[in-house]
Design a protein around this ligand. Sequence first.
Ligand code: BGC
Length: 553
Amino acid sequence: MKWSLAPSSRREGDVTGVEAPVTVRAYLLCVFASFGGILFGYDSGYINGVLAMNYFKLEFGDPNSTDTENAYEGHMYATWEKSLVTSILSAGTFFGALFAGSLADWIGRRSTIIAGCIVFSIGVIFQVASTTFGMLVPGRLIAGIGVGFVSAIIILYMSEVAPKAVRGAIVSGYQFAITIGLLLASVVDQGTHSRLDTGSYRIPIAIQWVWALILGTGLFLLPESPRWYVKRDQIDKAAQALSILRGQPADSHYIRDELAELVANYQYELANMRASWIDCFRGGWKPSGNLRRVVLGMAMQMMQQWTGVNFIFYYGTTFFQQVGLSNSFVISMITTAVNVGSTPISFWTVEKFGRRPLLIYGALGMLVCEFIVAIVGTAAPGSDAASTCLIVFVCIYIFFFASTWGPAAWVVIGEVFPLPIRAKGVALSTASNWLWNFVIGYITPYMVDPEEGDLGAKVFFVWGSTCTLCVIFAFFLVPETKGLSLEQVDRMLEETTPIQSSKWVPTTTYADEATLQDVEKITGARHHEDAVTTGAATKTGVAQETAEKPDTV
Ligand code: BGC
């Protein structure tokens, strides 16, 4: 199919109409990718309950454990084993995410996610087969590498294919899928934890494979990211992919306008930067500099972990046992259910109020809850008041996380990088999530376990303090990206500061400013017979004639 680059009916100065209206089909296509979140959530969640299972303690634990309080028939694993098996997943995902940053530029976004599903499946086989930590730990490491591919590149893919008006909501859908994954893990753990055979832990582990299968096969049916095709100089394919995603004919003015903007923006960015890993750290501290954007993305994900949320999701079950709550499995399930139930609120709020308010007020809400739990738990440890307070405020805290930082942190990292370094920037940010996930997952048992730091509820003083830093970070460093195309975000970062950013409005497009030569540089000679033109050419009137042509496929 031939296409022409943006002979458009869009009037000069109209910078809003470069995207097609969102169709239900286009919406569903983008939403399917969010299924990757289930993999992420389930895999990080199932270990929480498995560690508290009696049969697991029997099979994997030391028969002569001194931890009589938590042991089952004298069997218990050591704190270091619990830390290692929990956090090794994050170590794998850290390296997986980083590697995926290169792979996604090389083989494409979609193929990288499919590759991630295959690696993940190998890790699952190891885990199902394991009867010792010696096998379970490598299994989680390998599965982690696969999850790293998936978690970094799904965000990239979704941000690149989603229409701008619903991009925040669609990426929030990924977070929703994470929470469903966590809930499913908790439900399956609850269903099998009382079994006294290997099924207790093997069933929860094996079920993960189903998610990988659905995601991997489903992705074959989705188009590759048009922005990746633009990066590869495959403009025809970019037009076809956009056409499928937007539900519009490839030569409709919507597709031509959007594509012209993608190409012109890429051209502009390339003229100003190269795209290696080192280039991610160039550009100094100005808001549009690569370094500043990478620091923003990595810090965003670091701060998301420092909200302390995974203390609840990784160690909630064992922590609730330690502070004397008898029905710890059920409480864990309730917290994960609150997580699922509250996330969809963000589908609306992230587009209505924007990313910044969600992050600022969300962190405020969380820190208040954390300090209340810490103060009551320290003042009256073991009391009914402390237990009720713990359950109620942990749930409110999860509500705030799920409706704000959970989704918004992913939304922002999908939006702030320019195309030449986008895959690497998202990968670095995701790797930062997993790095801090690992660090926190590893050190927390040492802070909390009775035989170690024995902090008990006081640990919430730590999370409350780190959450205070989240408020400061969001206020000073996070720009408002709501309602802008990824190309407009680039412009906004060049022209304003994070604090002023919500007032910024686009006044021009890259396509309007690009010259015909600029576009030909990337489209190459093979398009010379097409009516290749840009907004700049539009001004000369060249496109005005072609603009009246009917849209045909
Ligand atoms: C975080 C995870 C967390 C999950 C909880 C995600 O956004 O990155 O670490 O377990 O939310 O819903």
